[in-house]
Design a protein around this ligand. Structure first.
Ligand code: SAH
Length: 368
């Protein structure tokens, strides 16, 4: 029994990480200090809009309050270990989690709207043959704070760089967010969805779901769950093989949820007007890049194409030591694309970014 007057709520939660708290949770956290409601809003904005590093940088708060809060809480939950810079401007961020594992995020600058690629798990359990992350196996799911923390750290770094270049008031850049780093986001469904809702908050990062794409290797039941979410990102599906025989071999998840079930889930996915599901297809030299494979894709996607519900991104394989594949040659990529485009399937070739710093698709295999 607790002595009278000793209520648990009065005991501050130890080691609270502010990144990852949504507005309601932030309000509950600050309520412990008997602070008025506007304080929570100030802290929320400072963490997400200004991307402060420490509580001390939240000047809006009285100094005494800052020091009381910092006895039990901190802003950051990830430690940034290293930044690798590519000749093409892409940057790879290597983080260490508090539990010791490594994860990575990638910044891909673009003139109009830059892309941040983030991880949803440390490692990945799916074992796709052509992906380096697969070789790590699954370490663990990331928390909402660790997912959001990657974005905040990348943006903070970008802002610092702009300041160094003389920009006095760097604006938050326009962002596309892709959940295409390490891990299978649909196997960390609840935390990923919480992170997506949190980053959409206009008082915070303000990255709306229409600028967010979640890529799955095909966790069919969770595709149905995603379709039911009120606030949801765009859906991308990693296809990479147009028949079960080949897909079973390249992507073991296909043995659990074969192509017919995956395509049905895509057909049942409620799309907004003019929204399409993106199919990603890693082109592996001599393995899945023959004309017959392109024709099989057309057949497989026929019901989706009939509804203008699909487009396809061809990703030339990014080779890495230990991966038994080579990228398709340029002529082959062109012919493959032409067959698909010939049947009015919107088809794009994704040029690799950041290959020289192993930041490209399938090359994330962080080691500390
Ligand atoms: N698990 C999810 C999220 C990871 S996205 C998924 O599979 O969709 C990573 C993307 O990179 C996937 O589309 C995957 O097919 C692709 N990819 C993996 N290894 C690759 C490689 N070596 N070269 C090019 N693309 C690769």
């Amino acid at each position: 029994m607790l002595p009278v007057g000793f209520e648990c709520e009065e005991t501050p939660i130890l080691n609270t990480e502010l990144l990852g708290l949504d507005r309601t949770e932030m309000a509950a956290f600050l309520a412990q200090y008997q602070e008025p409601a506007f304080r929570a809003k100030q802290v929320f904005r400072a963490c997400y809009k200004r991307q402060v590093r420490t509580l001390d940088e939240i000047h809006e708060l009285p100094k005494t309050l800052r020091s009381v809060i910092s006895e039990t809480a901190c802003v950051d939950n990830l430690s940034l270990t290293q930044i690798f810079e590519s000749t093409d401007g892409t940057r790879r961020y290597l983080f260490k989690l508090k539990s010791g594992e490594a994860v990575e995020a990638v910044w891909i600058p673009e003139p109009e709207r830059s892309t941040i690629c983030i991880s949803s798990q440390a490692g990945c359990p799916l074992g796709c043959e052509f992906c380096l992350t697969a070789q790590l196996g699954l370490k663990r799911n990331l928390t909402p704070g660790e997912i959001v923390g990657q974005i905040v750290t990348v943006l903070r770094d970008e802002r610092d760089r702009q300041r160094l270049e003389g920009e006095l008031n760097p604006a938050l850049p326009s962002i596309n967010l892709v959940l295409m780093g390490m891990g299978e986001p649909l196997l960390n469904f609840n935390y990923v969805m919480k992170a997506i809702r949190l980053i959409a908050d206009p008082e915070g990062l303000d990255i709306r779901p229409r600028h967010v794409t979640l890529s799955t290797a095909g966790v069919v039941p969770r595709i149905y769950d995603l379709g039911k979410e009120a606030i949801r990102p765009h859906l991308a599906v990693s296809l990479s093989a147009p028949n079960d025989e080949l897909r079973d071999r390249l992507m073991p998840i296909n043995r659990r949820w074969p192509l017919a079930e995956l395509i049905q889930a895509c057909l049942d996915f409620p799309l907004a007007a003019s929204e399409r599901i993106t199919f990603e297809y890693v082109l592996l030299d001599g393995v899945n890049d023959r004309d017959e494979h392109a024709h099989q894709i057309l057949k497989l996607t026929a019901p989706l194409r009939a509804r203008d519900a699909v487009k396809i991104n061809l990703i030339p394989h990014n080779p890495a030591p230990g991966l038994p594949f080579q990228p398709s040659v340029e002529d082959r990529i062109q012919s493959f694309q032409n067959i698909l485009k010939g049947k009015r399937l919107p088809t794009f070739v994704r040029r690799p970014r950041g290959r020289d710093i192993t930041a490209a698709c399938g090359q994330l295999a962080a080691t500390l």
